[in-house]
Design a protein around this ligand. Structure first.
Ligand code: GLU
Length: 426
């Protein structure tokens, strides 16, 4: 029996891809690159769809659909996460793959962009079913992944254990261990110290860079709201708390809590580690995910998913600074509204680049079989984030544009120049 809910029937995420294309079209106009090159960069290079069976615990067989898109591979192997979510569809994966191309180029990494996903709610599977699904999906991806061609990593709904199963499946197929096939693995099989914390830590580095430059926020006791309490949101919260910032609101898929006096992030993380989610945590007022975005704060960190700040709520956002932990949380219309209101948006491809930056360190360590200590990882990560922030800022000044357009201009220019240097084949 095929369970209909796993099949990619909806076109829900057409919007993410429309957003990615609109951002590209806006930025590319500032660059004097040949139309043919711009057109080439607009397309995903390869798109791979797989339909595969998984045996459920009750003995039944169920079909699942997965994707892997390589957007661009001019600067190096393509890089990007694997998402497990019912909202995954080809357009979402295309958008996320394109954003990875720009994110890697902006951070100066020798990578192209890719993304993958499986249409599944991972919470609905037992651990054994999750392992079977992951191994079969990894086996289906073997024609398109390799440590020199395309390197997956975690994203929403996936984690280090899932990366370990992918690494093991690939390694068993080729006959020897290939740690560099994925990043975000557990440390005991070739993962990098600091990879788990990397995205959240990088988000907070980007935030502090933006705060330093803000006249109105510079000296204030900053109140932060974070939407999403997964790997990115919870690690951003922990890092912000460590640096002495006050977190007044957080949420997960089930809803949010708000406490104007500040939340105890250590207690919150312990609660979530214990119970699986935020439901039932009593130290604040219960709010919905959409309410959370418009409550009083200085900095808003959307760290959940695409399309959260839209034309319907952008004028109600109280924050003066938005730092995008998620990929694509702000729609194009919302961007225009926020820019018009003078709200500074530190864009996703800059703000959340810490994850792929440490993924790059992990891949380098695996290829060299030589591992760095945590201090070295964080020092290099912090430097890379500040350098990437400054590159974006200089571009914004040079072209007189907002930070998102600047980040896109810088990244697209870097890839376009590489395309022109290499030339078109044949
Ligand atoms: N999924 C993460 C992202 O969106 C990390 C990708 C990676 O480390 O390759 O940036």
């Amino acid at each position: 029996m095929v369970a209909a809910y796993n099949m990619p029937v909806q076109t829900h995420n057409t919007n993410a891809y429309e957003t990615a294309l609109a951002q590209f079209d806006k930025a590319v106009r500032f660059l004097s690159i040949p139309d043919g090159v711009a057109e080439f960069l607009r397309y995903p290079r390869r798109e791979f769809t797989v339909n595969f069976p998984v045996k459920r615990d009750d003995g039944s067989m169920e079909m699942f659909t997965g994707y892997r898109v390589h957007h661009n591979t001019v600067l190096g192997p393509s890089k990007g996460g694997i998402r497990y979510s019912l909202a995954v569809d080809m357009n979402e994966v295309r958008a996320l793959a394109m954003w990875m191309s720009w994110k890697c180029a902006l951070a100066g990494l020798p990578y192209g962009g890719a993304k993958g996903g499986v249409v599944v709610d991972p919470r609905a599977l037992s651990p054994r079913e999750l392992e079977s699904l992951t191994r079969r999906y990894a086996a289906e991806l073997i024609p398109v992944i390799s440590p020199h061609a395309d390197i997956p990593a975690p994203d929403m709904g996936t984690n280090p254990q899932i990366m370990a199963w992918m690494m093991d499946t690939y390694s068993m197929t080729v006959g020897y261990s290939v740690p560099a096939i994925v990043t975000g693995k557990p440390v005991n099989i070739g993962g990098s110290l600091g990879r788990n914390e990397a995205t959240g830590r990088g988000v907070i580095t980007a935030m502090t860079e933006a705060l330093k430059r803000s006249e109105s926020l510079n000296s204030r006791n900053i109140r932060i709201i974070i939407q999403g309490f997964g790997n990115v949101g919870s690690n951003a919260a922990a890092r912000a708390a460590e640096l002495g910032f006050t977190i007044v609101g957080v949420s997960d898929v089930f809803g949010g809590i708000y406490n104007p006096n500040g939340l105890d992030i250590r207690a919150l993380r312990a609660y979530v580690a214990d119970s699986g989610d935020l439901r039932g945590y009593a130290e604040g007022e219960l709010v919905s995910n959409s309410e959370l975005l418009t409550l009083p704060c200085d900095v808003l960190i959307p760290a959940a998913m695409e399309g959260q700040i839209t034309r319907d709520n952008a004028d109600k956002v109280k924050a003066q600074l938005i730092v995008e932990g998620a990929n694509g949380p702000t729609t194009t219309e919302a961007d225009d509204i926020l820019n018009g209101r003078g709200v500074v948006v530190v864009p996703d491809i800059l703000a959340n680049a810490g994850g792929v930056i440490v993924s790059y360190f992990e891949w380098v360590q695996d290829l060299q079989a030589f591992f760095w200590d945590e201090d070295e990882i964080f020092r290099q990560l912090d430097r890379a984030m500040v350098r990437t922030y400054e590159a974006t800022e200089h571009t914004a000044e040079e072209y007189e544009v907002d930070m998102r357009t600047a980040a896109q201009i810088y990244a697209i220019k870097r890839v376009a120049e590489a395309v022109m240097t290499r030339g078109f084949y044949p």
